[in-house]
Design a protein around this ligand. Structure first.
Ligand code: SF4
Length: 248
């Protein structure tokens, strides 16, 4: 598989609603850089038959994001940028389909992998992720579908937006990734501040930290981060229960 920069990992029905989805890996040639995540293979989970930005606007993104409360409003992913261009490249036939387990494992071997740079990993059959990370050096993954996707606990973190959601996910056996408002307390017994965050001084990146690997991680406590970037204001509106304009 050397020389590949991108590949299709899965083409088939969504685990969430049965509609056609596609999962594409990029950065296989070690070209992806992201300040927070470091050098990671990126994976993009999108409707196969609908432009991802159109899917956000029509609500068809439910096939890949389920009932995540941030879709179309306070989501931090600029869906009309990277996801859209990766989707268009896939539709042009730019990426080969890599579907058998051994080949998926070879793609992830020795690499750090991000499960769902866009889209929820719970939309994808778990065996795809299991094969991809079988010999990876690290991975990160987050799901807002934690109430219904407990089979993913060894692979991904439950995304939680309130202390109450954190407590509920804890009770169901999840490790969590909690977004908080500035000034909201951290539970020092069960939580730590994400070391790639501004509030931690950008001490490391995900490829080195390795804390967001679900229950497979060595870390037992769970990370928290202050809502940041362009969507911080929208997160605050969401937490306050105020109406949000649709994402532009
Ligand atoms: S806790 Fe570690 S792995 Fe998780 S987001 Fe922060 S730096 Fe990345």
């Amino acid at each position: 598989m050397t020389g590949l920069t991108g590949a299709i990992l899965y083409r088939g029905p969504s685990e969430l609603d049965g509609k056609p989805i596609v999962v594409i890996a990029t950065g296989l040639g070690r070209s992806s850089r992201n300040e927070k995540t470091g050098d990671m293979v990126q994976t993009w989970i999108m409707r196969d038959d609908v432009d991802p930005w159109d899917a956000v606007k029509s609500g068809q993104d439910a096939s890949v994001c389920g009932d995540c409360p941030h879709r179309g409003t306070s989501c931090y992913v600029k869906v009309f940028q990277a996801p859209k261009s990766v989707w268009k490249a896939a539709q042009r036939g730019a990426y080969p389909l890599v579907s058998d387990a051994a080949a998926l494992t070879a793609l992830g071997r020795g690499r750090a992998v991000r499960l769902g740079s866009y889209g929820d990993p719970a939309a994808v059959p778990a065996h795809i992720w299991g094969a991809l990370v079988a010999e990876a050096s690290a991975w990160t993954g987050y799901t807002h579908q934690w109430r219904t996707a407990s089979h993913l606990q060894p692979l991904v973190m439950a995304s939680v937006d309130t202390p109450e959601e954190k407590a509920a996910a804890d009770r169901e056996g999840w490790r969590t990734f909690r977004v908080r408002l500035a000034g909201e307390p951290v539970d020092a017994r069960r939580e730590f501040i994400c070391p790639a965050s501004k509030e931690a001084g950008y001490r490391t990146d995900c490829a080195s930290c390795r804390a967001c690997m679900g229950t497979s991680a060595k870390a037992k406590a769970s990370p928290v981060i202050i809502a940041h970037g362009a969507t911080a204001r929208r997160f605050a509106l969401y937490r306050n229960g105020e109406a949000m304009p649709a994402a532009a």
